[in-house]
Design a protein around this ligand. Structure first.
Ligand SMILES: Cc1ncc(COP(=O)(O)O)c(C=O)c1O
Length: 430
């Protein structure tokens, strides 16, 4: 095994003794690519530095959270100022109110918001609220979409779960997934059939409006419009899980981009400015069912804690129209150029993106659902590609079927280097 593949093995060996698999989240464990996970020391801009002093252009970006790159000066300054005032009050604080106002102002579906500590908490709580609001039990999700690791949602999930030999996790009683219906993404007919059959029992439909946890899959408008029309018709709460896609391409999220407005939205990642966060919000008449106004209970010691809120607010305030314009164009152009070359060379691969959320498919054919995503995926090829890039100082998420991300801190030079490294891999003679 070469030096790069060995990674920081002495430190990681210690890590494995004291933490399960040496990690605190399974997909970090490099199971899909082999070798030892890198132990990181610091980040700056587009770069990550491991404990051995090697630097990498980071396209994982804390799984999409760092749209401004590592250590953005405005975020750092806001955090330092907030810490000096105290770390946590267990009360409402000014930054919470400010960030809530920002989100309510920009995200079309959100009249009121509740902050939590992770995306998992956001989706889990949104579903509880939808159930409380509709007094129904069943939920619909889509194969390959990942909404965090709460019991009800680990059925046919993507991301790290996509690599488990079973479709959901052990330790989840049958009863917990009995009310979960998982349907193919981008298939309006199956959706119509399922909703027409079960509509009296369905509390909500939860969907990643642009899927990112089975690689990037853009929705067809027919699929999303059918989803919106049917849920409206039957009083089913439509929840957009924008934990990954939220604030990625514009301030109104995917819903504003595509003009399909759900009843509720879950957020996370970007809105924490690199700190742990989640949020869910929606129509006022639904949100009013949440305690303390209503009977659906959900609480949290650190929910809306001021340091995180200040970090998130600083990040959101730096998401300017010109930043988005530049980043989106950079990524669209990168994907277009790379695909043109791959196509010319008849390489069995292509890139797909939703703005700065990108993934690689090991096939020339477009992918529109989980089944096709799995067919266009290869652990073996991805592992080779991953180490090919790592040797060139480029860090991608250590598993196929994940999205990778570009931040405003990435330069055209770095993007060109990625483009060249991909071409070297897929078109060796080029
Ligand atoms: C779309 C989506 N929803 C929910 C989650 C869960 O968020 P967290 O990891 O913060 O619990 C993720 C995490 O990647 C996600 O991508």
């Amino acid at each position: 095994m070469d030096r790069i593949k060995k990674g920081d093995s002495p430190l990681f060996r210690i890590s494995q003794k004291v933490m399960v698999g040496g990690v605190n989240s399974p997909v970090r464990a490099f199971k899909a690519v082999g070798g030892h996970p890198l132990v990181m020391d610091r980040g700056r801009g587009s770069k990550l530095y491991d404990t051995g002093g090697r630097s990498y252009t980071d396209y994982c970006l804390s799984w999409g959270a760092l749209i401004l790159g590592h250590r953005h000066p405005a975020v750092l300054a806001a955090v330092q100022k907030a810490v000096n005032k105290g770390t946590s009050f267990g009360t409402t604080s000014k930054p919470e109110i400010e960030i809530a106002r920002f989100i309510v102002k920009h995200v079309p579906s959100i009249d009121m918001v509740r902050f939590v500590n992770s995306g998992t908490e956001a989706t889990m709580s949104a579903i509880r609220l939808a159930r409380g609001f509709t007094k129904r039990s069943k939920i619909i999700k889509f194969d390959g979409c990942y909404h965090g690791h709460s019991d009800d949602l680990l059925a046919m999930a993507g991301s790290g779960v996509a690599f488990l030999p079973v479709s959901s996790s052990k330790g989840i009683p049958e009863a917990h997934v009995q009310d979960t219906i998982s349907l193919p993404f981008n298939d309006p007919q199956t959706l119509v059939h399922a909703i027409e059959r079960h509509h009296n029992e369905i509390a909500c439909v939860i969907v990643e409006p642009v899927a990112g946890n089975m690689g990037v899959i853009n929705p067809t408008m027919d699929f999303l419009k059918t989803l919106r029309a049917l849920t409206k018709k039957y009083g089913i709460v439509l929840i957009f899980d924008e934990v990954m896609s939220g604030f990625r391409s514009n301030l109104g999220c995917v819903q504003a981009d595509l003009g399909i407005i759900p009843d509720m939205t879950c957020l996370g990642k970007i809105i924490g400015g690199g700190f742990p966060v989640g949020a869910y919000g929606g129509r006022k008449d639904i949100m009013k069912h949440l305690a303390p106004l209503g009977g659906v209970y959900q609480a949290g010691t650190f929910s809306g804690t001021p340091v995180v809120m200040e970090a998130g607010l600083a990040a959101l305030k730096n998401l300017t129209p010109s930043m988005y314009k530049k980043l989106n164009a950079l990524c669209d152009d990168f994907v277009f150029r790379t695909n043109l070359d791959l196509k010319k060379a008849k390489a069995a691969a292509h890139l797909v993106n939703y703005r700065s959320m990108i993934s690689i498919r090991f096939s020339e054919n477009p992918v529109s659902n989980y089944l096709e995503a799995r067919k266009a995926s290869s652990d073996e090829l991805y592992a080779k590609l991953f180490y090919h890039l790592l040797r060139r100082g480029i860090y991608l998420p250590p598993a196929d079927l994940e999205s990778f991300f570009v931040s405003s801190a990435h330069s055209i030079k770095e993007i060109d280097a990625l483009c060249k490294a991909l071409k070297d891999f897929f078109i060796p003679a080029a």
